[in-house]
Design a protein around this ligand. Structure first.
Ligand code: FMN
Length: 185
């Protein structure tokens, strides 16, 4: 079955990203078309990129790089849950992406973002970055507002209307994850 990672893009203490990712996972788990797993960047404790060789060479020297590579390699597709930091994604997520190369290739990605304008600028940046890594980014996107989908900017209370968009996005991610399977062999 298609394996989809739900990646928590914020590592900040007190982050709201974990609650958002758990909501995504809860709804995704009700689908029967793929396996969904939460992947928390915090668990991989990646420093700022510390590999001597470019990731495209695939010669990973550090144990943390190998552990992260092994994890990412096991998935067919990704849902990136990202806040907007200074009109982009988080440094932690960009760094985690930069650590690897072939492990991302020919896989699908969708996005759940949040911010004052739904985090849409973070996702536009991510789409550019992932294009370089041959990740196929789907059209549907869940854009959550820190004003209306959170109480006091912290307690996550998503509007019900987001569920339909989330399901559309997940369906696109699973379909493209499956469609690209022949290229990953
Ligand atoms: C360094 C930093 C920069 C931010 N820049 C933006 C921004 O450009 N646009 C925006 O809508 N929100 C911005 N925010 C607000 C975050 O989107 C909001 O705090 C969100 O809850 C952060 O996600 P997290 O709690 O999961 O880390 C910024 C927050 C931080 C910490």
């Amino acid at each position: 079955m298609t394996e989809v990672a739900i990646v928590i893009g914020s590592t900040r203490p007190g982050r709201v990203g974990e609650a958002v990712a758990r909501w995504v996972h809860e709804l995704a788990a009700k689908r029967g078309d793929a396996e969904f797993e939460l992947v928390d960047l915090k668990d991989y404790d990646l420093p700022h990129l510390d590999e001597m060789m470019p990731a495209a060479m695939g010669q990973y020297s550090q144990p943390h790089t190998r552990a992260w590579a092994e994890k990412v390699a096991g998935f067919d597709a990704f849902v990136f849950v990202t806040p907007e930091y200074n009109h982009s994604t988080t440094g932690a997520l960009k760094n985690a992406i930069d650590f690897l190369h072939a492990e991302w290739h020919n896989k699908a990605a969708g996005f759940v973002s949040y911010g004052s304008n739904g985090g849409v600028r973070a996702v536009e940046h991510l789409r550019l970055v992932l294009g370089e890594l041959q990740v196929a980014d789907v059209q549907a996107q869940v854009a959550l507002s820190v004003f209306t989908d959170f109480e006091h900017f912290t307690a996550f209370k998503p509007g019900e209307h987001h569920e339909a968009t989330l399901n559309t996005m997940l369906a696109q991610v699973v379909a493209w994850g499956e469609a690209l399977a022949p290229l990953r062999t």
